[in-house]
Structures are given as C-alpha cells and as structure tokens.
Design a protein around this ligand. Structure first.
Ligand SMILES: [Zn+2]
Length: 490
C-alpha cells in the first residue's frame, strides 16, 4: 500500500480547498453590481447611524416563559445560499465602500474575564507527557445547510458541551506556546481551539458558545478578508473578541493557492522570497497595526500548504509557531513550524471524536444525540437561558428594533454594575439596569443586522467575583439578505 507523503497530503487537502473556493470567484461585472448595491445601502444607512439618541428602555418583560416557540420558521434561503463567499473581493479599480464602524462595537471593557486560565483543575504532568489535540473550524450557521467548511451551530455547541463535560483542559494559545517553549506544564490531555479565515459567523455563532463555555480560542484570519462586508468579520468585531482574551494569528494576506506558490518558486528564490515576505510577513504587520495591544506570533498555512522556504523564514518574520492541517496529536517534540491540527468539517463528526480521544481504549466525550435533517437545519434551537428574556429564546420577533432584555429577578448574587450585554452585529451595547423591575435592557435605534440575533449577558457575582453569563438567540422577521448583501454572488 502506498503511504502518503506530507506533500501529497497537503496537496490533497488543498485540492479540496480550491474546489470550494473557485466556485466563489466573482467576475468583474458582478463585483460592480455588488459595489453599487453596497453604495446604495450605505446611503440609506447613514441617516440611521447619525441619529444616536438613546432611548433608555424601561418596559417590563412581557409574560416570560421558557417554552421554545413552536413552528419556528425556517430562515428564508438567501439567493445563492449554497455559495459561501470565501474569497475576498479584491477592489482594484473599484470603489467598494468599507463598512462604517459602529459606535457601539468598539468597547473598552475594563476587568473583562480573560480566557486564559490561571490554573487547571487537572494534574499537571512533565512536558513530554502532554498531548494536545488542536481543533480547526471555519464557518458556522444555524440556518444554512452543513458543508465541508460550515458546521451547524447546534453541532458546534454540542461538541463544545461534550468537551466541557469531558473535563479535558481547553488551553489558550499562550498556554500552548509557553508549553512548547518549555516554560509551562500542562495536563496530560489538552485541546486548543482554532478558527480559520474570519467568517462573520465566528462572531455571531461561535463566540457566544465559546464565551459561555469559557473556552479560549484563536482566530486565523487572512487580512484581505477582514472587510466587515458580507460574510466577513470587520476589525471592530475582532477588537471586541480580543477584549475577551481571544488570540489572533495570521493566515496570510490573500490565501493563495499552491499554484501561485509553485509559480513563484519556479521564478527563482528572489520571487519566492518576495511572496513569502508579502503573504507571511506583511500579514503580521497588518494585524499588528490593527491590534497594537496583542502580539501576532502564530501563522496558519492556507490550505495547509507548506514549503520548506516558508518554514525557514517564519522565525525571522517574528513567529513562534505555524499550523498545518495534518490530523495528529501535538507533543513537545512536534516541529513548531508544522503543528498538527484536526480540521472539523461540517459533515464529518468523526474527526472531532478522533481528536478528543486520547488513547486507544479511551472513549470520546459523548455527543448528545441530535435529530439530523437533510437540507436546512431548524432556524435556531438552542436551550433557552434560565432567566426570563425578551424576545423569547428561539422565537421570531416581528419588530426589527425590539427591546432586548433579561430579567435578573431570580439572581440573588450579582453586581449590577458589572452587567454587560453583547448583541451579534453590534458588539457591546449600552444596556441599562432598572433596579425596580430588575430588568437589564436595551433598545436598538437601527434594525438588527444578523439573523438569528445572538444576545449574551454577563455579570459578576458579588460573593466570589466570578463571571456568569446567559445567552439566547431569536430571529427577526426580515432576513439578513435585505440588509447585508451576503451570498449574492454566483
Ligand atoms: Zn483558510
């Protein structure tokens, strides 16, 4: 039997990636249509942004119940629903307006819990006895069907819950690098969570789940995709997550195919060197300029494609480690420039199980059984929080600017001044706590932009100062497609 070489594996993975990406290439005329459409949206949107008068909400919560609304409508399929916009829109010669920064979405949050854990509940072992399983995800959705690159949010949540229940230590990138550098001991079995590319759903779908589990994670965006347009996250959303201790690493500037790398290699060492400087070096500079308070010290090879010339330059370019897509456990001896990862694809739950199984006889954390459906998943169906909320969890709000509120009436041990609310598409919002009715509430003065809308509320306990959180989702009647030109490209 023929054993696959490293390069063959990389190529195989890459062929798959090309296949996904090439479908999504925009032709020039279509980009033009997008640009005009976005310009119109901007013009319509600006007066809304200008009107910042804030309406303090004080309405009581209406008839709270924990029932999940029946007949949750399926989200309207967007045009070109099956075609994720994976490639950046290169705007050469075209004036595609950049998304306006939202006033609410660049919070400075003092005293935010940092995901990096000061200690582990598991016993620490000598460094060469630790094995780390690194999970890699891409895109998430609670409405669109699963694809290789996109996992249903409910499945992701189930995986994270299983991980939580298993007691396996979920470590931060900082922990991981300190261990690799011989500076830190870790438990025998650890998991590191990474997410590639920079899809908007990282912010709207994965972040609330990971924050709720208190799991640290790392995002590897490619800088051309950080536009805040369509299905791409914007700078403010990264900043918002960085405030919570999320790590950012580089995934190059433009996510080149191996063909481009091979062409440069054929042209000689100078051409290849220039390309390495641009894709691997410049991406780090761009990220460092965007996020001056964090250090960018990890790189993730697009498509897992590695050339020896890349690994030779990484250290000089300021990196400490680089990640591939070869599914194996990482040990102290693993080459730091080719760190293994298990890519968890949307239609393949087995990889997750393999990743989090640490010995031959050991069983993987059991995933809750879920009804599997072909085609569209239910719009949203996450467990509602214990607190009364409005709009109700998993319901559909007819109002595009509803009052969003949570009742703290049953919480006896919390610091009202620590309360904070975050809404998908807005980031941290200036919600107000009403002492009398015990509601923590906020009303938007512009339409909610994501569908479903994810709300997360956090607060500190008075007794121990630990953070608690509640999160829920609801739909709005209109779909995102009327507000954000996402997936409109064939
Ligand atoms: Zn990628």
């Amino acid at each position: 039997m023929h054993t696959l070489s490293l390069e063959e594996i990389c190529q195989g993975v890459f062929l798959f990636t090309i296949d996904n990406h090439s479908k999504n290439k925009l032709n020039a005329s279509m980009r033009h249509v997008v640009a005009i459409f976005q310009t119109c949206l901007m013009l319509v949107g600006l007066p809304c942004l200008a009107n910042q008068s804030y309406l303090p909400p004080n309405l009581p919560l209406s008839n709270p119940t924990y029932q999940v609304a029946e007949n949750i409508p399926q989200a309207e399929p967007l045009t070109g629903d099956n075609i994720p916009l994976a490639e950046p829109i290169t705007s050469q010669g075209e004036s595609i307006p950049l998304a306006q920064p939202l006033p609410d979405s660049t919070p400075t949050i003092p005293g935010i819990p940092n995901f990096s854990m000061p200690f582990f509940s598991q016993a620490l072992v000598p460094q060469n006895e630790t094995r780390v399983a690194i999970l890699g995800y891409h895109d998430f959705s609670s409405t669109k069907p699963a694809t290789e690159m996109r996992i249903p949010t409910s499945h992701f949540r189930a995986q994270m819950q299983a991980l939580k229940n298993s007691g396996i230590a979920v470590i931060s990138m900082k922990d991981f690098l300190e261990w690799k550098n011989g500076e830190k001991k870790l438990p025998a079995q650890c998991v590191l969570i990474t997410i590639d590319d920079g899809w908007l759903s990282v912010y709207t779908d994965a972040f609330p789940v990971l924050a709720e589990m208190n799991f640290p994670f790392t995002i590897f965006p490619y800088t051309q995709f950080m536009t805040g347009r369509g299905t791409a996250m914007g700078i403010n959303q990264y900043k918002d997550m960085i405030n919570y201790g999320v790590t950012v690493g580089s995934h190059s500037v433009s996510h080149l195919y191996p063909k481009s790398w091979r062409t440069a290699k054929r042209q000689g060492p100078e051409a290849l060197d220039k390309l390495i400087q641009k894709e691997i070096g410049d991406s780090r500079t761009i990220l460092s300029n965007h996020f001056p308070n964090i250090s960018i010290n990890t790189y993730c090879y697009p498509g897992g494609f590695v050339l020896p010339e890349m690994t030779e330059k990484l250290e000089a370019l300021g990196y400490e480690a680089a990640f591939t897509v070869i599914p194996k456990k990482v040990t102290k001896d693993t080459d730091r420039w080719q760190i293994h990862r298990y890519m968890v694809y949307g239609k393949d739950p087995k990889t997750f199980n393999r990743a989090v199984t640490f010995n031959e006889s050991g069983a993987a954390p059991s995933l809750p059984t879920q009804p599997q459906r072909a085609g569209h998943q239910p719009a949203i169906n996450n467990p509602p929080p214990l607190q009364a909320v409005q709009p109700l969890a998993n319901s559909t709000s007819p109002d595009m600017t509803p009052i969003i509120a949570i009742s703290m009436a049953k919480e006896t041990d919390f610091d009202p001044s620590s309360l904070m609310m975050r809404i998908s598409g807005f980031g941290k919002v200036q919600a107000q706590y009403d002492e009398q009715n015990k509601n923590f509430a906020w009303k938007s003065n512009r339409p909610l932009v994501t569908n479903p809308v994810t709300v997360q509320v956090r607060w500190k306990t008075l007794s121990s100062g630990t953070w608690r959180s509640a999160s829920w989702q609801f739909n709005t009647k209109e779909t995102t497609s009327t507000l954000v030109p996402k997936n409109i490209v064939k």
